[in-house]
Design a protein around this ligand. Structure first.
Ligand code: ZN
Length: 60
C-alpha cells in the first residue's frame, strides 16, 4: 500500500499539515491553519520545525 498523502502536526497550532508523498529533510510546507512555514527536520516519523522567517528584501 502506498500512501498518497501523509500528515504531521503543526508545531505552532497542532493542526494536521498534509504532505504529498514522502517528504524530504528540509522540505518546506505551509500550515493551512496558521500559515506557518514549516520545515521537515525528520522523516521517520515526520517532524516539523518552524522555518526561520526569511524576508525577500533584506539588504540592498
Ligand atoms: Zn499551524
Amino acid at each position: 500500500m502506498t500512501q498518497a498523502t501523509m500528515t504531521a502536526a503543526c508545531p505552532e497550532c497542532d493542526a494536521p499539515v498534509e504532505l504529498t508523498r514522502h517528504p524530504l529533510n528540509g522540505q518546506i510546507a505551509n500550515c493551512t491553519q496558521c500559515s506557518a512555514e514549516l520545515e521537515v527536520t525528520n522523516t521517520a516519523p515526520i517532524t516539523f520545525e518552524l522555518a526561520p522567517e526569511v524576508e525577500e528584501d533584506w539588504g540592498e
